[in-house]
Design a protein around this ligand. Structure first.
Ligand SMILES: [Zn+2]
Length: 59
């Protein structure tokens, strides 16, 4: 009887970025496509940014 592998943590996918395709790049943390380049771009997707903000807030 083998031990089942732990299920990967289910994490929601960030919404697809609403920007020019040329400004889309992989999130530096979860590799999901996000608005990474250009005006308003961020190397982190909205979900990772929210996690970071919550972490910084001490949650
Ligand atoms: Zn991310």
């Amino acid at each position: 009887m083998s031990t089942p592998a732990p299920a990967p943590v289910a994490r929601p996918k960030p919404p697809l970025p609403e920007c020019a395709p040329s400004q889309v790049g992989p999130c530096s943390k979860c590799q999901q496509p996000c608005h990474r380049y250009g005006s308003g771009g961020n190397p982190l997707c909205v979900l990772c940014r929210r996690e970071l903000e919550e972490w910084q807030a001490g949650k």
